[in-house]
Design a protein around this ligand. Structure first.
Ligand code: AMP
Ligand code: ZN
Length: 114
């Protein structure tokens, strides 16, 4: 998607602080971190949101969760945990329409959201 900022990050047209990259996924620090650990994990494939995942994306979605777990551990969240967040559309607070998981850790995060 030519007007998608995360696709532009994947293409290297917008800089990012990468923490992981392979053929399928990219992880980078959130530009406005809300916790000591706050990074985003995205599929390189442009999928607008979790509701637009298709049956053919099931394996990708599984690998996405597996990678989120692996990177959260690498970022120091093994012992105390982290929050894995997928915002979706307006009521979910999604501002970038390219599927992404926020991984937040390094401090206690309250619940429920406001
Ligand atoms: P969401 O509100 O769930 O769609 O989250 C989008 C996230 O992307 C926000 O936390 C933003 O701070 C983050 N973000 C937006 N632009 C960039 C960027 N260029 N590099 C890194 N993170 C970004
Ligand atoms: Zn995109």
């Amino acid at each position: 998607m030519s007007d998608c900022i995360f696709c532009k990050i994947v293409a290297g047209e917008i800089p990012s602080k990468k923490i992981y990259e392979d053929d399928e996924f990219l992880a980078f620090h959130d530009i406005t971190p809300q916790a000591p650990v706050h990074f985003l994990l995205i599929p390189k494939k442009h999928i607008r949101n979790i509701m637009e995942l298709e049956p053919g994306d099931i394996d990708l979605a599984g690998r996405l969760l597996n990678k989120a777990q692996e990177l959260a551990k690498e970022q120091g969240c093994t012992e105390k945990g982290a929050r894995f967040v997928i915002n979706c559309k307006s009521h979910g607070g999604q501002t970038v329409e390219h599927l992404h998981i926020h991984i937040l850790g390094g401090r206690f995060l309250s619940w429920p959201p406001g």
